[in-house]
Unconditional design. Structure first.
Length: 431
């Protein structure tokens, strides 16, 4: 039997993960563009989400790593003329990815473009299920429709999905639909399905956001010509580089965490492909097989991963790369975490938009936060400490003051009625 490597304690694995994600660096005093670039590099990808109860989720991982910075600067890097990021799928979820990695995604785009939607789905296609189900229906019901949408974008782009409809026909909820999610949960109309397929295939891309709604245009009119001119690497080379990016960002991880198809890896790969890539990186010495305490699966440590003390202090987005894999978060931090925004209100335990509070190398509390923009107030409806957590009230109060300033909010209101909530309000002088 092949050796599984030396044992790594949970504490060491946790520090490896934190340092890999940039939490071992300490926050700088200036959140300039260089700091933003560093934070994006550590995170690897910034997941996008429409929930805006506190602020858009992609802003938070940068703030957690470098402190206060200009969100307008991140917008410029994401969708402006000097863009350095682009939108695509890191798994089944949309994210902002460094522009230098665009060529590494071309094999996925080719797979989507070649997909025959009436047949079994190619394992290389990572499109959302709404695109898959919708394209299967459009292929049968409306042949040529996708080409019509592309023609509209070519002639009139940039535009939103609704503006890309060639005929203005809207499907009704009562219309027959082989997949209940299409046109129902997200209310995806045919033009939306078609243009999202074109996005998956790389024929169009996201030119910008209008009230956070995607605005699409032809890829060659959006992305820099020098990026598009980079030769497409062979698929196996691109996959190896994607796993390298994941390994650098995770520090130590299992195969599933590196490239599994659960949507909680950095870049999902077909299972057989992922195993082959891992084997190659082990042979090259870039991945070192180890056993992580309490983890049954084989783990792999990135050869440059560093174990050093971590003195972090940060509130983490529910979609932060450090914690988006909930099972890994549970193993490393002994922190069972599930997002509550889709949970009915009577069943919520810790609040609606709950951010874990990272102090040192531990997750010590769950902080429910809300931006009351009308009253320029950062509201703390719920605060729940972890069992046996160290005293975190003063560091949390400082973090809340910094976050309120960053979000341009003038006040902080603690309405949490727990013992910790009352202590936060009393000891820190917060309203």
């Amino acid at each position: 039997m092949a050796a599984v490597g030396d044992e790594v304690s949970t504490e060491v694995a946790r520090r490896l993960a934190l340092v890999a994600q940039g939490f071992g660096e300490g926050r700088g005093r200036r959140g300039d563009v260089r700091a933003v670039r560093r934070a994006v590099g550590w995170a690897g990808v910034l997941q996008l989400d429409s929930v805006n109860v506190l602020c858009r989720s992609h802003y938070l991982p940068v703030y957690s790593r470098v402190g206060s910075y200009s969100r307008a600067r991140l917008d410029e890097l994401s969708w402006g003329a000097g863009r350095e990021l682009f939108e695509y799928f890191w798994g089944h979820k949309a994210a902002l990815i460094p522009l230098e990695n665009y060529p590494l995604m071309r094999w996925r785009m080719r797979a989507a473009e070649r997909q025959v939607w009436g047949e079994e789905l190619s394992p290389d296609v990572t499109a959302p299920w709404s695109v898959v189900a919708g394209m299967r229906r459009l292929t049968a019901e409306r042949p040529g429709y996708v080409e019509q949408v592309l023609r509209v974008v070519t002639e009139r782009g940039p535009l939103t999905a609704g503006e890309a409809s060639p005929d203005g026909v809207r499907r009704q909820r009562s219309d027959p639909d082989p997949d209940p999610t299409t046109g129902a949960m997200w209310n995806w109309q045919d033009a939306k399905i078609a243009i999202e397929y074109l996005f998956c295939a790389g024929l169009v891309t996201i030119a910008g956001r209008r009230h956070f709604e995607r605005v699409y245009d032809l890829t060659e009119r959006v992305l820099p010509a020098d990026v598009l001119a980079v030769p497409e690497p062979p698929a196996d080379e691109a996959r190896r580089e994607l796993v390298r990016i994941a390994a650098r960002g995770l520090g130590v991880a299992t195969l599933k965490e590196l490239c599994g198809g659960s949507g909680q890896a950095h870049f999902s790969l077909p299972a057989a492909t992922g195993r082959e890539v891992i084997r190659e990186l082990v042979e090259s010495g870039e991945l070192i097989p180890v056993r992580v305490e309490g983890v049954k699966q084989q783990s792999y440590r990135w050869h440059e991963a560093q174990d050093r003390p971590v003195g972090a202090q940060a509130l983490l987005s529910p979609f932060d790369p450090l914690i988006w894999n909930r099972d890994r978060t549970h193993r490393l931090f002994d922190f069972f975490y599930r997002i509550s925004i889709y949970t009915p209100a009577p069943q919520r335990i810790h609040g609606y938009y709950v951010l874990p509070f990272l102090l040192g190398d531990r997750l010590v509390a769950r902080v429910d936060l809300k931006s009351d923009r009308q009253n320029s107030t950062l509201v703390v409806p719920t605060l729940t400490p972890e069992p046996d957590s160290p005293d975190f009230i003063e560091p949390l109060a400082a973090e809340l003051r910094d976050m309120a300033r960053w979000l341009d909010l003038d006040h902080i209101q603690v309405t949490a009625t727990s013992k910790a909530g009352k202590a936060l309000k009393r000891q820190s002088g917060l309203g």
